[in-house]
Design a protein. Structure first.
Length: 90
């Protein structure tokens, strides 16, 4: 149980960091928000990938869900920045 939580945090950190690295411009968000959005992106990306019919029949590292997770995390970071930016400007 604790290993699963630690793994989710580590993967979330990696996915969130890659998403921020691939996004153009500067993102003014903290490491905790990066990890949370990375975890959400990874979970949603994996779920979407398997809903479309992906199966890792060869075994090994599941690259496609990881890439989709990074793309979803980019979208979540962009949405977070957009919502937070609008709230701050008022």
């Amino acid at each position: 149980m604790i290993g699963t939580v630690i793994s989710a945090i580590v993967v979330g950190l990696i996915v969130g960091a890659l998403a921020r690295l691939l996004m153009p411009g500067k993102q003014d968000i903290g490491i905790i928000v990066t990890i949370v959005l990375g975890i959400l992106g990874s979970l949603i990306g994996s779920w979407l990938t398997y809903q479309v019919g992906y199966s890792n029949s060869n075994g090994g590292w599941e690259v496609i869900p990881f890439i989709v997770g990074v793309i979803v995390a980019i979208a979540l970071i962009a949405a977070y920045l957009s919502i937070r930016g609008r709230a701050v400007k008022r």
